[in-house]
Design a protein around this ligand. Structure first.
Ligand code: CMC
Length: 428
């Protein structure tokens, strides 16, 4: 028997359908609420609003569970590769060897970006933030691939747009890095897999042969897998809502990149390292900074702590913390900020302020320390998050299209002035 929710407004009772997901999550379907009652719901920041049904990613914030297409993140991070996870997210199933090889082959045919696009790099000041560059460059890809602009794409055209989006991203990200150094761009090589090609284009030099370091390739695979999707977060919701107006894939992903940039979302990985550096320079007194984070008159927040959904622990943070220790050891790096991070975590996890509010380290708390150990400058960290999140954005964008979801358009409750009469400028 299907369940219903009863809503009482005044002397009237309304029955609203309850829907249940495959993991037992329940929602009251209010899509007809306004027609039935004249009311809308109000939920600023969408703290308790399901915007869609989705079969891509499941997370349980209370139990610290994260699964892509039903597979636990812990298993994928340990056993899989990023490109395999990208296939899984986009197509819904793990590929067999032949499917994976073909997916990789298709991507490798499209890793070159149009040479004219290089001129865009000349226009950016050398110190411009990589996220601004990436968002602009991704959007400008639409100018070179006009088939993506068609309102209705054939399945083949849609597939090709997805392959191109995945393929161009590694080239653009590594070229942004090269530009920051003033070094020549390295062109992709089809012999490499997705992540290896990215590492090669980023750390390779034109002047000498590059030998891939398996520690770096493995670390990048793990980090990118952990960031690959996270259901309806700020940037993914942005991608879906932009895509819902039938914007092309490049414009939709570009808007996701812009949404990710902020320090409360993907930009937190950069903010964490900057915070840890600041604490180090200030003498490393973690108690002082914990007190600042708790002080409501101080705007300082403990970056890399807290999460809208995780209220127990972030499973990604657990994996990254362990990986961080292992990778730094393998690379022989002793980073002082790692000790500060661990001390902060230890103090915060015992402090009633953080305990009561269920604030735990999130994915960004330790990821920056690894990126830094791999050789990335701080302002590249969020771009790496974007590279990881790309398959998730694509999968969610594709699902939104397949569901034929209507244009995203929230309501509001107007609280402004009413019924004013225009006063001529001379009379004001
Ligand atoms: N440091 C100090 N206090 C905090 C923090 C923090 N990092 N995070 C939340 N709080 C407090 C907040 O002040 C509030 O206290 P009170 O109830 O007394 O007003 C309470 O905890 C609830 O916070 P909120 O801002 O209402 O929670 P939210 O769900 O709206 O925000 C968040 C979630 C992630 C934006 C927030 O925890 C935060 O700003 N964290 C730091 C930034 C960060 O690390 N972001 C990365 C998130 S994970 C990567 C991703 O997927 O984006």
């Amino acid at each position: 028997m299907s369940e219903n929710a009863q809503l009482i407004i005044g002397d009237k009772t309304y029955s609203l359908p309850v829907i249940e997901g495959t993991e037992g999550e329940k929602a009251i379907d209010i899509s007809k609420l306004r027609d039935l009652t004249g009311y809308v719901t109000l939920d600023v920041g969408y703290k308790n609003t399901g915007a869609t049904t989705s079969a891509i990613t499941f997370l349980d914030g209370e139990l610290g569970i994260l699964k892509y297409r039903g597979y636990p993140i812990e298993e994928l991070a340990e056993k899989s590769s990023f490109i395999e996870v990208a296939y899984l997210l986009i197509h819904g199933e793990l590929p067999n060897k032949e499917q994976l090889d073909y997916f990789q082959y298709e991507i490798s045919r499209h890793t070159l970006v149009h040479e004219d696009l290089k001129k865009f790099f000349d226009g950016f000041p050398s110190k411009s933030h990589p996220m601004g560059q990436l968002s602009s460059l991704v959007c400008s890809l639409s100018a070179y691939y006009p088939e993506s602009l068609k309102q209705v794409q054939t399945e083949e055209e849609l597939h090709l747009s997805i392959i191109k989006m995945l393929a161009k991203m590694t080239t653009l990200v590594s070229w942004i890095y090269k530009k920051s150094l003033g070094h020549p761009y390295i062109y992709p090589q089809n012999k490499y897999d997705y992540v290896s090609n990215f590492v090669y284009m980023t750390f390779g030099q034109r002047t000498e042969p590059y030998v891939l370091d398996p520690v770096i390739v493995k670390a990048m695979n793990t980090l990118l897998i952990l960031h690959a999707d996270h259901e309806q977060n700020c940037s993914t919701s942005t991608v879906r809502i932009v895509g819902s107006s039938e914007s092309n894939i490049y414009a939709s992903v570009s808007s996701g990149i812009s949404a990710l940039w902020g320090p409360l979302h993907g930009g937190a990985n950069q903010a964490v390292i900057e915070m840890l550096e600041q604490i180090k320079e200030d003498g490393g007194d973690t108690d002082k900074w914990i007190a600042k984070a708790k002080d409501k008159n101080d705007p300082f927040r403990l970056m890399g702590f807290g999460h809208r959904v995780y209220k127990n622990f972030d499973p990604r943070a657990k994996i990254i913390k362990k990986a961080c220790d292992e990778i730094l050891e393998k690379l022989g790096i002793d980073d002082e900020v790692l000790e500060i991070a661990k001390k902060l975590e230890e103090v915060a996890l015992k402090d009633p302020y953080f305990v009561e509010r269920k604030l735990y380290p999130n994915v960004d708390f330790y990821s920056g320390i690894i990126y830094r150990a791999l050789g990335f400058p701080t302002d590249m960290f969020t771009v790496l998050f974007a590279l990881g999140r790309l398959p998730g954005w694509i999968a969610q964008w594709k699902e939104m299209k397949e569901h034929k979801e209507p244009i995203g358009r929230p309501r509001q409750i107007y609280t402004g002035k009413v019924n004013r009469t225009y006063v001529e400028l001379k009379d004001r």
